[in-house]
Design a protein around this ligand. Sequence first.
Ligand SMILES: Cc1cc2nc3c(=O)[nH]c(=O)nc-3n(C[C@H](O)[C@H](O)[C@H](O)COP(=O)(O)OP(=O)(O)OC[C@H]3O[C@@H](n4cnc5c(N)ncnc54)[C@H](O)[C@@H]3O)c2cc1C
Length: 283
Amino acid sequence: MKLPFILAKRFVAGETFESAVPKIKALNKKGIKVTLDLLGENVKKKTTADETVKEYIRLLNDISDAGLKSTISIKLTMLGLDIDSEYCRENLYTLLDEAKRLDSFVRIDMEGSDYTQQTIDIYKEAFKQYGKHVGIVIQAYLHRTKEDIADLAELGADVRLCKGAYNEPERVALQNMPAIREAFKEYTKVLLEKTTFPRIATHDDELIEWVKEYTEENKIGKARYEIQMLYGLREETMEQLTKDGYNTRVYVPYGTMWFPYFKRRLLERKENIFFVFSTMFKK
Ligand SMILES: Cc1cc2nc3c(=O)[nH]c(=O)nc-3n(C[C@H](O)[C@H](O)[C@H](O)COP(=O)(O)OP(=O)(O)OC[C@H]3O[C@@H](n4cnc5c(N)ncnc54)[C@H](O)[C@@H]3O)c2cc1C
């Protein structure tokens, strides 16, 4: 059964690229950059993954033709990671060739912990060949992240740091918010020290205030990092941060395969369930 899109519209910009464009333009006009995510994950058939690569290539060109200030985010399971990792890598490189040609950028989102090692391995190989055109995401809640951050920071990787959105067991990930916040702060410090432009992805006021204070105290300029949030959340905060001179970017998901993303947002915060119902009846 396909659920009506009206349910997801709080968190998803549209079911097509065309329907998302006005929202991207509105964000760009406010000085906020965008990362577009064509929703979907865990593709099982090569024909679907091949079609996805073509769609991403079209998307990179559409972004460029429309003059949008937007890069893209992808999930390796959309490019066939569940089918075969070598095939997935080839698909990623096809996409990165186009990103390089257009002087654009592709960020590899981080999925559940079964994929962490493969995602990092594929990213590191890609980074050797595509450098500034490719980035990765690291999740602060994973126990393994201390080593991963050190390793990626040493490499000079372009890292988006987030808390982590998947339901992970205790042996794999921290379970309580104070510990996750402490880990997030520790890894932010490493990224700020060792990499040129870390991306701090959170809606959490405590972390945002901490980043602002920490960077100020340590004379790290606002131009040295970016704050990222998800479409539909904390719009006013994002606008204020932009007005205050911070680099800001909103992750804008779109597409018909919105259900898993939508479900993660609902499970994350009970207030999001209220948001869904309150916006369903707004135009
Ligand atoms: C740009 C971006 C990209 C991401 N990419 C990935 C990825 O690749 N892989 C992955 O696993 N996860 C990803 N995530 C999701 C991330 O891991 C978290 O699940 C998600 O951001 C929730 O954590 P949080 O720190 O934002 O806030 P939460 O932990 O949900 O909330 C903490 C506190 O922040 C405040 N707050 C949060 N939301 C709101 C709100 N809407 N309004 C008012 N106050 C609020 C509240 O005080 C709340 O108690 C991404 C997140 C962002 C922003």
